[in-house]
Write a protein of this length. Structure first.
Length: 92
């Protein structure tokens, strides 16, 4: 997290430069928290595999291939995060 760093300008890989690194980091942290909760909820709702959780992350019932790949990578990261935090998720 960059919140503790004395940063004046963030040059993202995409998008415009950002001058408020703390707000950017806080916003991203909140967004990740919402996405982790979506993974947790999809698992509780009976998802049988990480692939079945992807629509909860990308917001589409039938996402295009690139979004499926990206979403699956993200879901796997969040599942691993939950495991490391002592909250392993069992899929149906």
């Amino acid at each position: 997290m960059v919140g503790g760093l004395d940063v004046e300008l963030v040059l993202a890989g995409h998008g415009r430069p950002v001058r408020d690194a703390r707000a950017l980091g806080g916003g991203q942290q909140a967004d990740v928290g919402r996405r982790v909760e979506a993974v947790r909820q999809a698992a509780a709702d009976g998802a049988g595999s990480p692939f079945e959780i992807v629509p909860a992350i990308v917001g589409e019932d039938a996402p295009e291939q690139m979004r499926v790949s990206w979403g699956l990578s993200e879901v796997l990261c969040y599942l691993r995060h939950l495991e490391v935090m002592g909250e392993p998720v069992r899929l149906a």
